[in-house]
Design a protein around this ligand. Sequence first.
Ligand SMILES: [Zn+2]
Length: 341
Amino acid sequence: MKDNPDKIETDALAALEQVSDEGSLRAWYAAHLAKKSPLLMLLGDLGKLPKERRAEVGKRANEVKTALETAHAARQVELQAADLERVLEQERVDISLPGRRVPLGRLHPATQTLHEITAIWRDMGFQVYRSRDVETDARNFELLNMPAYHPARDQWDTFYTTTPGVLLRTHTSPGQIHVMRERAPDPIRVILPGMCYRYEQISARSEIQFNQVEGLAVGRNITFADLKGTLNAFARRMFGEDVQTRFRAAHFPFTEPSAEMDIECFVCGGAGCAVCKSTGWLEILGSGMVHPTVLRNGGYDPQFHSGFAFGMGPERLTMLKHRIEDIRYFWANDLRFLEQF
Ligand SMILES: [Zn+2]
């Protein structure tokens, strides 16, 4: 039996049918084609066979060896293909899932309003003049007609540096002194946007830092009518062609006369609501004719030169526009707020 190559082949091929993975294929190879397998034993022991059978059995055994090796190789390819199929099935990626969205940044709501304001004044021929955040007491107060004893200083407490007389500006107005001294006696038409600082209790209505946009026009024969006309033109561009405005007398140390400008409440149309505190009007800016002392400090002769100035807060305008009730949202860095703009 042991020397029957046909029987060896039949058994081996039958066993190969049962092989289902690489492990059992290796075991099959050890059993049927390795050194101690019946076939190789047979080939090794050919010399022990009777002489007349030796050639025939030898030839047949070698044929069987080739056949088994071929069958083994074929089975190996089959198993690898099946394995690949299984891996592809198990590790399939669902390409129909939506991709991961790249988070896009955007401009801060106050910056968006600032850009809107800047664009309007640019169209009206005003240049942007950048001025420093850190100022001297002289430029922030004294040269703007607020000497050390002036009671108005109480409204503008700020942060002081360790260098005496150097502070964080409380308004953009010191920029007026910078630009006037730089350009005098030429005419000026600029806006001065930037961050301002106040040493204040933080509340829904006041923050320790906020943006301001100051405007300044200096030249000959500039009158209060120019101030009103220019600010009305701004209001129409900012809030719509039909906006109603009014000027109320006010007081600022650096302008004379001074006025605050209101627009008709766009929430209630003037009827009175919570946003306008039942007055029907919303204050949007402060303004006035540049005080002669300030003109003189800037290098202009008030006998020949005059000018107007105004200041508004982008945060306040943003709050009015979007009915935001708490100014603290602006610097709280809360994405739930910021993502709405
Ligand atoms: Zn209202």
